[in-house]
Design a protein. Structure first.
Length: 294
């Protein structure tokens, strides 16, 4: 697999000696969607900010497209690495949405015709045409994130980093975002998602990186990660409910393979046992969902 970016023995300490990252080795590939998960303070966002130069390594190296970025400015990295902040207000500053989309393209020194064409295409792609003259800061939080994402997407980065992208998004918004991530991955780009939304991770991520105390404690597929209860406990993470149910059923003696973790199969297993296993359900809604398949 072709590499887009990687860290080599990366460590980072904030002023005052607070060590946020310790010896991180992570590789991001083309055609990949990688999620970083962990509780607050585990180092997720600190790690992600090294890929576009917002933070510099205390020790170790960060390479993007085979180039060590130690001395590169954030502005130089923008064409290779797109970063959408958890709070989009930090990166929206133009007087209207259309100018916000155009801003990055102007920095790439494209001609006016190409800028206008690309901006129009992206506004249509993100359903922003009707908001072209709107002041971004007057929009709702979910729409602000879409504008911020569009302003990064338009520059065609090879690596897209999304920090808590589903916050403030309804289910259709999450689905649209997931489809965009899949589309970008299919085009040969790499997508890195920093999130607490485990359901979103289980649905769209190909690979999951688990962090705790500034270190990577495990990486693998969603199935491999969410069925590892020792890792979930160490990282203080609640897996998606479908995995919590599967883990409980395994404890009851059922033989469940990772590729069998889906609602219909679990419901069939429960039905065959002629009883609902105690403790399998985190919420009434989940119980009803499983029983509806029996």
């Amino acid at each position: 697999m072709e590499i887009i970016a990687k860290t080599e023995h990366l460590s980072h300490s904030y002023p005052g000696g607070i060590k946020a990252l310790n010896n991180i080795n992570l590789t991001l590939y083309k055609h990949d969607i990688t999620a970083i998960i962990g509780q607050n303070g585990s180092g997720k966002t600190t790690l992600s900010k090294h890929f576009n130069g917002l933070l510099k390594a205390t020790k170790g190296n960060v390479l993007v497209n085979d180039h060590n970025i130690a001395r590169k400015k954030v502005s130089e990295m923008a064409k290779d690495v797109g970063y959408v902040f958890q709070n989009p207000s930090y990166q929206l500053f133009c007087s209207n949405v259309k100018d916000e989309i155009k801003f990055g393209l102007k920095n790439l020194k494209l001609d006016d015709r190409e800028i206008a064409l690309k901006a129009r295409e992206v506004m249509e792609r993100f359903h922003l045409t009707e908001y072209a003259k709107s002041q971004p800061m007057t929009l709702g939080s979910g729409m602000k994130k879409i504008v911020a994402l569009a302003s990064v997407y338009v520059m065609n980065p090879s690596l897209l980093i999304l920090d808590e992208p589903t916050t403030g998004q309804d289910q259709p918004g999450k689905s649209s975002l997931g489809e965009l991530m899949l589309e970008m991955a299919s085009q040969g780009k790499s997508v890195l998602v920093v999130t607490h939304d485990m359901n979103f991770v289980s649905e769209y991520a190909k690979r999951v990186i688990v962090m705790a105390n500034g270190e990577i404690i495990k990486e693998g597929t969603p199935d491999q990660i969410f069925t590892d209860e020792s890792v979930m406990n160490k990282a203080h993470i609640q897996p998606p409910q479908i995995y919590a149910i599967a883990n409980s059923l395994k404890k009851s003696g059922m033989n469940i393979q990772n590729n069998e973790i889906n609602i219909k199969h679990l419901a069939q297993l429960i039905s065959e046992r002629s009883a609902v296993i105690d403790g399998c359900y985190d919420t009434l809604q989940t119980r009803e969902l499983i029983l509806s398949q029996v």
